[in-house]
Write a protein that binds this ligand. Structure first.
Ligand SMILES: *Cc1c(COP(=O)(O)O)cnc(C)c1O
Length: 393
């Protein structure tokens, strides 16, 4: 293959993939805020509706701006297909509802996003889909939990908020040996740092709300994978049931993708510096960051990811009182549960993101009362350290 027709690199795809210039010859991508599309005549409408001719029909399931975002994200994940959704949670729900039936079984890491746990535990069970939760890093526990009814293995890596790393290649092998699909929520790394499909995963989930947007503006999600799995089951569900992404949000996300790689490198650099600083502070009992040599899966993270991510969590010896004191003393960090923003955010997981879990569920997930999560933004690192030092002293 000559140099000119080789596959474009990640950064080129992030800026260029999926753009379809309209007759107006716009340089930046256009937003198409339209609910429906006009057909040339009745026969053309009939052909479009039946799928005989491709093209736009109705923005619940076909919109040029949304398609632009889908094609760009698919290119970055190295996938055939991406289906954009209204939120990260609806991406997970559409995956399960589109691909599973009553009687099917999920094995999930117990270190998944709080709402994901509730979706599996409270809602999917109502429709006869059972979930067994296992320790993220215990491969034998995953294997033991698989039954003849198991269809999906589900995980996040690094996990939220403890940054546990799952071995994607090993779990993909286990999934395929048991005729299951491996679903990876790639929210914390994004394709700029980790490409689960290349490691054997079948489906990648995104909360576009986080780093894909990158500036905390819109809520959205995506399901990424093969045409056979995502293009059929998941798209079919979206088309009929309608948890669709708005064109405006799609436009914000697709512009976010253009700077994703640069932003992720900056988030990683700052988070690494913050984690090292935190390890030296008295009152900090433990720091969770995959980039630290003290992280139990540091080597796996280094193999599987091209950067260690922007999330740092730490345990304060003084429990909830110390955690709240530290959070309340900050003047720069935003007290909010969102992450993946240019603005650094600080969270007390036990009373916010994981507050709806029972104390027992929190305990088995390792969410202690003294745990604080920082999603490191793009401010000067010296200012962030000083901001946290206020409440540590
Ligand atoms: C935020 C988040 C979700 C849910 O995404 P929404 O866009 O808020 O619905 C799912 N997984 C992870 C890891 C998240 O951080």
């Amino acid at each position: 293959m000559s140099e000119t027709d080789s596959t474009p690199g990640f950064d080129t795809l992030a800026v260029r993939a999926g753009q379809h210039r309209s007759a107006e010859q716009e340089h930046a991508e256009a937003i198409f805020p339209t609910s429906s599309y006009v057909f040339e005549n009745a026969a053309a409408a009939a052909a479009r509706f039946s799928g005989e001719t491709p093209g736009n029909v109705y923005s619940r399931f076909t919109n040029p701006t949304v398609r632009n975002f889908e094609q760009r994200l698919a290119a970055l994940e190295g996938a055939e297909r991406c289906v954009a959704t209204a939120s990260g949670m609806s991406a997970i729900y559409a995956t399960c509802a589109g691909l599973l039936s009553g009687g099917d079984h999920i094995v999930s890491s117990r270190s998944v996003f709080g709402s994901t746990t509730l979706l599996f535990d409270n809602y999917l069970r109502k429709f006869g889909i059972d979930t067994t939760f296992v320790a993220q890093n215990d491969l034998a526990a995953w294997e033991r939990a698989i039954t003849p009814q198991t269809r999906l293995l589900f995980l996040e890596t690094p996990s939220n908020p403890l940054t546990e790393i799952a071995d994607i290649a090993a779990l993909a092998e286990l999934a395929h040996a048991n005729e299951c699909l491996l679903v990876v929520d790639n929210c914390f790394c994004t394709p700029a740092l980790q490409r689960p499909l290349a490691l054997g995963a079948d489906i990648v989930i995104h909360s576009a709300t986080k780093y894909l947007d990158g500036q905390g503006r819109c809520v959205g999600g995506a399901v990424v994978g093969s045409e056979a799995v995502v293009g059929a089951g998941v798209y079919g569900f979206l088309r009929t049931c309608g948890p669709s992404m708005s064109p405006f949000n799609a436009w914000v996300f697709l512009k976010g993708l253009e700077t994703l790689s640069l932003r992720m490198q900056a988030h990683c650099r700052a988070a690494g510096q913050l984690a090292e600083w935190l390890e030296r502070q008295p009152g900090v009992a433990r720091v969770y960051y995959p980039g630290l040599p003290t992280h139990p899966q540091h080597d796996l993270a280094a193999r599987q990811q091209s950067g260690f991510g922007g999330i740092v969590s730490f345990d304060l010896a003084g429990g909830q009182a110390a955690a709240w004191r530290l959070i309340d003393a900050t003047r720069i960090c935003s007290i909010t549960a969102n992450l993946g923003d240019t603005k650094t955010t600080i969270t007390h997981p036990a009373t916010t993101t994981h507050g709806r879990l029972t104390p027992e569920q929190r305990n088995t997930s390792g969410i202690s009362d003294g745990l604080v999560r920082v999603a490191v933004g793009l401010e000067n690192i010296e200012d962030l350290c000083a901001d946290l030092a206020r409440g540590l002293n």
